[in-house]
Design a protein around this ligand. Structure first.
Ligand SMILES: Cc1ncc(COP(=O)(O)O)c(C=O)c1O
Length: 361
């Protein structure tokens, strides 16, 4: 039998087992074509169908209005760090960003290549352990930008900031796409590298409000314009067919599971299990994120000493709990419990952590 362990890596990350099994079944012969999705033309009718179905599933699952364009792009979420200012910037108006961690900083740096950037709030003073509360963007911003979930620090926006109607709000949802239900139409633009909560590495999902596609200045190169991809339904050039196919299978799976609201419940159940272990450990496990900013996707915590942290990560591996080492900027441990992580996996981890504490306190 194939060995599968519980995978808590932050990304690329675990995928639903039924998705992998389906991909395996269809690997050599996709729907009677006698070839795999990796081998067929992105212009073939078989591929075209799954490509469009994947886009429709995104709209359906997120409850998107008909004026939202769903794009499958390449270059990772990091490419959106410069595509956002290239497509949305306005002369003489600075964009406004909230700095909630390493990925926000990178987004701010790239926007800086296009002109001044205003950072209106930051949690850098406390090693990004919280989401600044009461954030308000002002009407003189060209656009506003937040990072929905901070993968490294384990913080997530749990409220919607104040944004004037005329200011498009951009959200980097790379590590929390569809983790919980909200009105996704409040965001003018969303983008996510697929490799955490949606599918494999190699494709980036971008969702743009249609009226914003015309904003792009004439001097922005063809492939860097969202409008180029929107006009051709992301088939302007060869798209990452295989990665989009796996995303489509994951989206099918999410729909079968009951959609985003059902997923939110599943995610809250999982996250509560781990946060309960932390909160009832009498300080042995110390959560990095402030309680009001805790992420449903990345649970970050420290142990009393670095040696204990290494020991816990190593013993976790022996218990088939993979990828628990924290990012170097926080240290300690991080359990990434994306949509595809099962409740059983988190229960195993919770039991292991309680046992580890009992043996090492
Ligand atoms: C929140 C967030 N934004 C952006 C990125 C960068 O994504 P990519 O590697 O696809 O460029 C990451 C990667 O971990 C991330 O977690």
């Amino acid at each position: 039998m194939t060995k599968r362990v519980y995978n808590f890596y932050p990304g690329p990350a675990t995928l639903p087992l039924p998705v992998l099994e389906r991909a395996k079944e269809e690997l050599l012969d996709y729907k009677g074509t006698g070839v795999s999705v990796m081998e067929i033309s992105h212009r073939s009718k078989e591929y075209d169908q799954l490509h469009h179905e994947a886009m429709s599933l995104v709209s359906e699952l997120m409850g998107l209005k008909s004026d939202r364009k769903v794009l499958w792009l390449q270059g990772g979420a990091s490419t959106q760090f410069f595509m956002v200012p290239a497509n949305l910037g306005l002369p003489g108006k600075a964009p406004q960003y909230v700095n909630t961690g390493a990925w926000s900083k990178k987004a701010i740096k790239e926007a800086g290549f296009y002109g001044d950037v205003e950072v209106i709030a930051s949690s850098e003073d406390e090693n990004f352990s919280y989401i600044p509360q009461g954030v308000e963007f002002s009407e003189d911003a060209s656009y506003a930008h937040i990072t929905g979930n901070n993968t490294i620090y384990g913080t997530e926006w749990n409220y919607f900031p104040k944004v004037p109607d005329e200011v498009p709000l951009v959200n980097d949802i790379s590590s929390n796409i569809m983790d919980k239900w909200e009105d996704f139409n409040r965001y003018a633009v969303m983008y996510a590298g697929a490799q955490k909560n949606l599918g494999p590495a190699g494709v980036t999902l971008v969702i743009v409000r249609e009226d914003l596609l015309d904003r792009v200045p004439d001097n922005v190169p063809t492939l860097q314009r969202w409008s180029t991809h929107a006009k051709k339904d992301s088939l302007f050039n060869t798209c990452p067919c295989w990665a989009i196919y796996i995303c489509k299978l994951s989206l099918d799976y999410l729909k079968e599971m009951g959609g985003v609201k059902a997923m939110e419940k599943h995610n809250r159940d999982k996250a509560n299990l781990l946060y309960d272990v932390i909160d009832s450990s009498g300080g042995f496990y110390k959560g990095h994120a402030r309680k009001d900013s805790r992420s449903l996707m990345n649970v970050t915590f420290n142990l009393p000493a670095p040696e204990l942290e290494s020991k816990c990560v190593a013993e976790g591996l022996e218990h088939e709990l993979l990828g628990l080492k924290g990012h170097r900027s926080v240290g300690g441990m991080r359990a990434s419990i994306y949509n595809a992580m099962t409740l059983e996996g988190v229960k195993e981890l919770a039991e292991f952590l309680k046992d580890f504490q009992a043996r090492n306190q």
